[in-house]
Design a protein around this ligand. Structure first.
Ligand SMILES: C[S@@+](CC[C@H](N)C(=O)[O-])C[C@H]1O[C@@H](n2cnc3c(N)ncnc32)[C@H](O)[C@@H]1O
Length: 254
């Protein structure tokens, strides 16, 4: 899946107001004192990481992302004294010292193996440390995926037959995986967040359809995007559904 694929970081930074808005609620849930060390799992361009840093005047953030372009933007933006920006695949992450909390926004649905992801994040956390995260959940942007499927089944893009770059889980399966990875006090829930992005074509190109475009030769990418945008219509509403995840790492038994 999309772990180490690169992103158009500067366009993402410009069009990702919806993701930034959703992130604010997730950061609130961390209820930070201000002196913690927090892992931002999938920091993107660092815009959301900066909101997290604003709540940590005496703390630090370890900001991790798999995309070189995203990491470069985040390094430009974030205070190097209070932030360590690391380029790594989250499913391979190993930190030198445990963090107090894990935060993540709009990332986990790009990762296929959530059992592995949650065990890596549990290993990164101190005992009793919290994870507060949000990602695409069951049914997320179904109209967009329906439009892509319609275009692909009409022919002309055989590279995309059966291609599914995202994984949108439900709350029950996620809670089970969190428990198996060593978390307790688990709360997972789905919330519909229908969204009209301000620059729909650039938003869909940058946020939704990147992995599909990556599979096509450069000369055929616009044809796919045009065909999908035709099906979505002018000023489309994207039927976002977010999966909110809250849990605490179980303390090891003495
Ligand atoms: C939609 S962006 C979200 C960025 C930021 N958290 C925000 O809210 O704006 C998704 C990010 O997840 C990163 N990502 C996806 N899979 C990853 C993985 N396996 N390891 C590290 N980063 C990953 C991508 O590179 C991208 O920067």
């Amino acid at each position: 899946m999309g772990g180490t694929r690169d992103w158009d970081a500067s366009t993402y930074d410009r069009v990702s107001a919806p993701q930034q808005r959703w992130a604010e609620g997730v950061i609130d849930r961390l209820r930070l004192r201000g002196d913690e060390t927090v892992l931002d799992a999938g920091c993107g361009t660092g815009r959301v990481t900066q909101l997290l840093l604003d709540r940590l005047p005496r703390g630090r953030v370890i900001a991790v992302d798999g995309s070189a372009a995203m990491v470069a933007e985040a390094r430009e933006l974030l205070d190097p004294v209070r932030t360590e920006v690391v380029q790594a695949d989250l499913t391979e992450l190993e930190l030198g010292a445990p963090v107090d909390a894990v935060f993540s926004n709009a990332v986990f649905h790009w990762i296929d193996d959530h059992a592995r992801l949650f065990s890596v994040l549990a290993a990164a956390l101190a005992d009793g440390g919290r994870i507060e995260a949000q990602c695409g959940g069951r049914g997320n942007v179904a109209r967009f995926y329906g439009a892509v499927a319609g275009v692909v089944s009409a022919g002309g893009f055989p590279e995309l037959d059966g291609f599914e770059p995202t994984h949108f889980p439900g709350p029950d399966e996620t809670a089970e995986l969190l428990s198996a990875a060593g978390f307790e006090a688990i709360d997972c829930r789905l919330t519909p967040r229908p969204t009209r992005p301000p620059e729909p074509r650039e938003f869909v190109r940058t946020v939704c359809i990147g992995p599909h475009l990556d599979r096509l030769p450069a000369g055929r990418r616009d044809a796919l995007l045009d065909a999908v945008m035709d099906r979505l219509g002018a000023d489309p509403e994207l039927d976002y559904v977010r999966l909110d995840i809250s849990a605490r790492k179980r303390a090891a038994r003495a």
